[in-house]
Design a protein around this ligand. Structure first.
Ligand SMILES: Nc1ncnc2c1ncn2[C@@H]1O[C@H](COP(=O)(O)OP(=O)(O)O)[C@@H](O)[C@H]1O
Ligand SMILES: [Mg+2]
Length: 297
């Protein structure tokens, strides 16, 4: 199965939320990484066919999704961002309701709902109202909803938003299980969610894909640009004006240890670091406080 996104643009007034974007998706897990406002949700809504592009086209195996219409939508499982409504529904009723929307009826409705409640570990909570659920429970229920029709294309918009570290790990395991033989695309702005799950990482900025690769290849692209320096606390303001700073901590009294991105060795005592995906992200989204950018993309 293959989705082609061809020169897709979405405009809100004059604002291009997605800007002439082209991308091909095949089976596998794609992490869509980008700062708030970079266009992730808009892109995902178009792939989910709940929003029409202003320009361009999306095709499934060569056929326009506009033409495929319901046939395409039946293949989709979609967890929207801020899936916070239906507070007075119980978990079970919520899934029954979505079964109805998706045309799942009869005895299959009950068995499928039961199966998914067990799958996301909410079976014993099935009679409780959603308003009593934690963020993690709600997200798991949202995922169960997205999986009802056993979709070939699974679209999850910020599925880990608001989850605590334990729930995050649980989600990661769930993702690994459910990502077989599907196209899975999920949006996040949390870098640590990605490394273990994603086959491909798409970095989105201002409506465009600015980087596309495996975690390994993207990490490779910042090799030699990541440094750790030690500096006096007083020097911090000056350093922040010149470099993109990542992780920072207090080393000892008055001395800070900083991870930073720089194409050239930033200072004499700088130690080179092994890059990871968070450095890639910083390289795209980190901001120095002046107009001069001392890093290259
Ligand atoms: N319904 C809308 N009306 C007007 N502007 C919108 C609408 N939805 C999104 N935008 C704008 O489009 C841009 C991309 O938003 P969005 O796709 O939600 O990004 P992300 O999901 O990466 O945070 C933002 O500048 C946002 O303000
Ligand atoms: Mg969003």
């Amino acid at each position: 199965m293959k989705i082609d996104i061809i020169n897709v643009t979405k405009k809100y007034g004059n604002k291009k939320a997605v800007d002439n974007l082209s991308l091909t998706l095949t089976n596998g897990v794609y992490a869509l990484l980008g700062a708030n406002g970079s266009g992730k949700t808009t892109l995902m809504r178009m792939i989910a066919d709940v929003l029409k592009p202003t320009q361009g086209e999306i095709r499934l195996d060569g056929e326009s999704i506009k033409k495929l219409d319901a046939e395409y939508r039946n293949l989709i499982g979609y967890l929207p961002q801020n899936f916070g409504y239906y507070k007075d529904f119980t978990a079970e009723d919520f899934l029954y309701y979505f079964c109805a929307l998706k045309g799942i009826n009869g005895s299959f409705r009950k068995s499928r709902t039961e199966e998914l409640l067990k799958y996301v570990d909410l079976y014993s909570e099935r009679k409780k109202k959603i308003k009593t659920f934690s963020g993690g429970m709600r997200q798991r229920l949202g995922i169960a909803q997205a999986l009802l029709n056993n979709p070939a294309i699974l679209i999850l918009d910020e599925p880990t938003a608001g989850l605590d570290p334990k729930e995050r790990i649980r989600f990661r395991n769930l993702m690994m299980e459910m990502s077989k033989d599907r196209i899975v695309i999920y949006a996040t702005h949390i870098v640590s969610d990605i490394s273990f799950i994603a086959d491909r990482v798409l970095i989105m900025k201002e409506g465009r894909i600015v980087a596309d690769g495996t975690v390994q290849s993207l990490t490779e692209s910042v090799k030699g640009k990541v440094w750790r320096i030690k500096a006096k606390r007083e020097a911090l303001t000056v350093i922040q004006k010149r470099f993109v700073i990542g992780e920072a901590f207090t080393e000892s009294d008055g001395i800070v240890s900083l991870r930073l991105i720089s194409a050239e060795k930033p200072c004499e005592n700088a130690e080179p670091c092994e890059p990871d995906l968070s450095d890639v992200y910083l390289n795209f989204f980190g901001e120095v406080s002046t107009d001069e950018n001392h890093y290259t993309v």
